[in-house]
Design a protein around this ligand. Structure first.
Ligand code: DGI
Ligand code: FE
Ligand code: FE
Length: 192
């Protein structure tokens, strides 16, 4: 894979902080891939590209999404923070020629999660929470969980995001709820 090419590409599309974040997510994703037996090259690529549309104009995000034939649902229409992930999945396919559906889906669902996520999707979702520059309350617990039990880490992240959205009276995407429910049901089965 041409890592350098993708790194210089994203560098031209975002500020320094976001670039550092993307590199760090990619590094965390490679470590998680090695730990859990996913393809480290796909993890590296998806990590580098996961926020490739985060800092473009909102109008451009919408254009890319529509151009990809994706119809936004009501929650997505109302939540512009979700657009960069959807636009990113179309951008990597159409502008960069990436064909790997797992890489594309890892980008598309990295913000909300969804039910039935692949190992690579889970890794990118989790890597986004534990990248080296992150410093929120609980990040150390999240990092420990990430290398101990991926689903447990995802649940910790989802609880944080869903509670935060609810406390600010923002819409919660059904994919986030479905992801949360699936993990809670799975974990309770294992515990009982
Ligand atoms: O792009 P990053 O900042 O690295 O992280 P991200 O892609 O996880 O985006 C986080 C933002 O997305 C944060 O502001 C919360 C928001 N978000 C995540 N899930 C949902 C959501 N916003 C809404 N409205 N609904 C969701 O389910
Ligand atoms: Fe993102
Ligand atoms: Fe990110």
């Amino acid at each position: 894979m041409n890592t350098e090419k993708y790194l210089s590409l994203i560098k031209s599309r975002m500020g320094e902080r976001r670039y550092i974040h993307s590199v760090n997510v990619s590094k965390a994703a490679v470590k998680l891939a090695e730990k859990y037996g996913a393809d480290p090259e796909k993890a590296e690529l998806a990590g580098i590209l996961h926020d490739s549309c985060k800092e473009i104009d909102k109008d451009e995000m919408l254009q890319i999404i529509l151009g990809g034939g994706i119809i936004l649902d009501d929650t997505e229409k109302a939540s512009s923070k979700l657009w960069h992930a959807i636009a990113g999945s179309v951008y990597v396919r159409e502008a960069l020629g990436i064909e790997d559906e797992d890489v594309i889906n890892s980008i598309r669902y990295h913000t909300t999660g969804r039910s039935g996520m692949s190992l690579l999707e889970k890794i990118i979702f989790t890597a986004d929470f534990i990248s080296e520059e992150r410093s929120y309350d609980g990040v150390d617990i999240m990092r420990e969980k990430a290398f101990n039990n991926l689903e447990d880490a995802m649940l910790f992240g989802l609880k944080f995001t869903i509670s935060d959205l609810a406390s600010r009276e923002l819409p919660i995407h059904p994919n986030a709820i479905m992801c949360y429910n699936e993990i809670v049901i799975n974990l309770s089965k294992k515990g009982s």
